[in-house]
Design a protein around this ligand. Structure first.
Ligand code: NAP
Length: 319
């Protein structure tokens, strides 16, 4: 084995590279782009720690190729797939069956092979999103969700199980906002005994936005605003969802800010919240927990080495 000083790789990474062969079972991440993703790092660290001859790879796939690629990967005997931007909603259509949760969310992030030679779709983003909120007392609070895209669906579906007072989705996109609220309001709740939380929407220029932010116990950013991009905006205001002014005027220290973004860590929005004294959560734990939940489904092993995934993620992000 080549020493770490020469390869720049850890013993674990060298072990991963040396074990890929003809019998290696393959899993991967379908999206566009996928080159920035640390999912291969965290999954391969877990697979090596579990001593499985499996490998997780990033699979760039354009919108129009999703159907063909999914069929081809099934024919190649892939053991599972994660699905990310921009395929989470479209992926429902290529599945023979979907879980009740995926139906409720309206998005699929995990494909599991079925016995009929196709794919079963489910969603582990909800479990991942809720994980860092387990210890928080949120019953009766108001939540604000920024953005109305794919991950907002999983976030709202998760929030609907927390016995909140109200969930308000803030968006710049009227059409998407309306269809998201209509669809989520029609879905059955996870627990049929729980009361349906009031779900409302507001456009970014809504005059009630100040009050909504001021009265929120939890605010979640599901927009990509603030994420590391190339080139990076030079103006800080462009790195804060819906601009800096509204937050400076409306945020209170009792509010928890949760940003789904994990690069950079913290984002400018979370830094702004820290100045006000808000508790903050970033997207790294969600990424790890949704990944671990997917891995559990693919390999059927209940004990996933989550701490190893966490360490691999932090190492790759140089934290
Ligand atoms: P998406 O489906 O493209 O949705 C993005 C949403 O943000 C849309 O509603 C979009 O509005 C809105 N948006 C984009 N730019 C905006 C801007 N400048 N101002 C206001 N709104 C804006 O993407 P997604 O899959 O939900 O992912 C969103 C972010 O969450 C990404 O940064 C992703 O990395 C992160 N994420 C993290 C995890 C994790 O495990 N930590 C999991 C999932 C997603 P339009 O519809 O008008 O474009």
């Amino acid at each position: 084995m080549v020493p770490e000083q020469l390869t720049g790789q850890s013993g674990l990474e060298t072990k991963i590279m040396s074990m890929i062969g003809g019998k290696t079972k393959l899993i991967g991440l379908l999206g566009q782009p996928v080159s920035h993703s640390i999912s291969p790092v965290i999954h391969n660290a877990a697979l090596a720690a579990m001593d499985l001859d499996w490998c997780y790879i990033g699979l760039p796939c354009d919108r129009q190729d999703l159907n063909t690629v999914c069929k081809a990967l099934k024919a190649l005997n892939f053991q599972g797939l994660n699905v990310t931007i921009p395929h989470k909603e479209k992926a429902r259509d290529i599945c023979d069956t979907t879980s009740s949760l995926a139906k409720r969310v309206g998005a699929v992030n995990t494909l599991v092979p079925n016995t009929q030679g196709g794919w079963h779709g489910t969603n582990t983003d909800v479990e991942g999103f809720l994980s860092p909120l387990k210890e928080k007392k949120l019953k009766g609070e108001n939540a604000v969700v920024l953005g109305s895209g794919g991950s907002a669906r999983a976030v709202v579906a998760g929030l609907q199980d927390l016995n909140l007072q109200q969930i308000c989705i803030v968006s710049r996109n009227k059409k998407k906002l309306q269809s998201l609220i209509e669809q989520l309001n029609q879905q059955p709740l996870n627990n049929s005994n729980s009361k349906r939380t009031t779900l409302k929407g507001a456009l970014e220029n809504n005059i009630e936005l100040h009050e909504l932010i001021n009265n929120a116990g939890l605010i979640i950013n599901t927009t990509p605003v603030g994420m590391n991009t190339n080139p990076q905006p030079t103006n800080i205001a462009d790195l804060i969802p819906f601009g800096e002014k509204i937050w400076n005027e409306s945020l209170t220290p009792s509010t928890i800010l949760y940003d789904l973004i994990y690069t950079p860590r913290p984002t400018e929005w979370l830094k702004l919240g820290a100045k006000v004294g808000c508790q903050q959560i970033d997207g790294l734990e969600m990424l790890i927990q949704q990944g671990a939940a997917s891995l559990k489904l693919w390999c059927g092993i209940k004990e996933i080495p989550i701490e190893i995934m966490r360490r691999a993620a932090k190492r790759s992000l140089s934290i």
